[in-house]
Write a protein that binds this ligand. Structure first.
Ligand SMILES: N[C@@H](CCC(=O)N[C@@H](CS)C(=O)NCC(=O)O)C(=O)O
Length: 303
């Protein structure tokens, strides 16, 4: 079954996933979704989750890059995303790259762009985050954010001191994709801010090696194709962790806890220590199982 990635090209979290698809040499289809709401074709699949990227394989819908990467490794184990044999710590790295490191990248990009940011985008991101988009405050924070960005990037440079090609050694893995995408975001969208890190020893040679991995065998998919793929497939049979037996088939709500907290409603049909799977019926997409990671999400059961 085709791997569909709901994304847009400027999305840094999608770039993390695209590099992982490249490491594995997979064939996949990019289904472009709008950068701002509304996203009716995405929500037909996820129920409510609006963030990017989302991976779809038939009627199984995977939200959040953290879970997408885990599922890619489960379905397509070779070549591994964990070449050092340290999958736990490699995945834990997302708690650094997707949070403090990402915030520093966002700070230098949007602080640098200032009033040039499209008003519709600003309004959408205010709604997404629940925070006012304040160009003056963001501009004032640029020196601090640039210093933070450099300090994050310096950790990557330090890891490369012994001349290794990639962060885990001679083979690329998730840690490279994770560490790469914030630098890619800055270089792609506000190149002057990349001065904060481009001189760090070994960094740009490593950057070019990771960029050179590419995105695998990518084709363009359509949103109509994605809805039809869900409608014409049945979700895989999920398994439920024994710790969740009391919640089996109960109506639940899951939502991200940081931003974009729109609640997904359905029945709990699957779980593991890492994720939950929620079954829902959609008028357009039919029966789908929506998978979310536990990290960064909460679940509540209806009474
Ligand atoms: N923790 C999420 C974060 C995803 C995220 O913030 N994605 C951005 C785009 S890179 C987003 O969804 N922005 C709002 C939007 O596109 O509607 C993940 O790892 O996938």
């Amino acid at each position: 079954m085709t791997i569909l990635v709901h994304q847009y090209d400027s999305s840094p979290f999608s770039e993390k996933v695209r590099i992982c698809l490249g490491i594995k040499g997979l064939s996949w289809a990019a289904v472009d979704q709008p950068v701002i709401m509304p996203k009716p074709d995405l929500l037909a699949l996820t129920g409510a989750y609006r963030r990017i990227p989302v991976m779809q394989i038939g009627a199984d819908i995977y939200c959040d890059s953290v879970l997408i990467v885990r599922e890619l490794e489960r379905r397509f184990p070779t070549p591994t995303l964990f070449p050092a044999g340290t999958p736990g710590i490699d995945q834990a790295l997302a708690q650094w790259t997707d949070r403090a490191f990402f915030q520093a990248a966002v700070g230098v990009i949007f602080g640098g762009l200032g009033d040039a940011v499209d008003p519709a985008f600003r309004a959408d991101r205010e709604q997404l985050s629940g925070q006012p988009f304040n160009p003056a405050a963001m501009k004032a924070a640029v020196p601090y954010m640039a210093a933070q960005l450099r300090a994050h990037a310096a950790l990557i440079s330090e890891q490369l001191t012994d001349g290794r090609a990639f962060l885990s050694g001679e083979r690329p893995g998730l840690v490279d994709a994770s560490a790469f995408y914030n630098l890619w975001f800055v270089r792609s969208f506000h190149a002057p801010a990349a001065a904060a890190f481009e001189d760090l020893p070994g960094l740009m040679d490593w950057y070019d090696r990771v960029r050179g991995i590419g995105h695998g065998d990518r084709r363009t998919g359509t949103r109509e194709e994605a809805i039809a793929a869900a409608l014409n497939a049945a979700p895989d049979e999920p398994s439920l962790a024994s710790a969740d037996a009391a919640l089996a088939n109960r109506e639940v709500t899951v939502a991200a806890t940081d931003y974009g907290r729109d609640p997904i409603r359905g029945r709990l049909v699957g779980s593991s220590p890492y994720h939950w799977a929620i079954a829902r019926d959609d008028p357009r997409a039919g029966r789908v199982n929506v998978h979310v990671p536990r990290l960064g999400f909460s679940l509540s059961a209806s009474e």
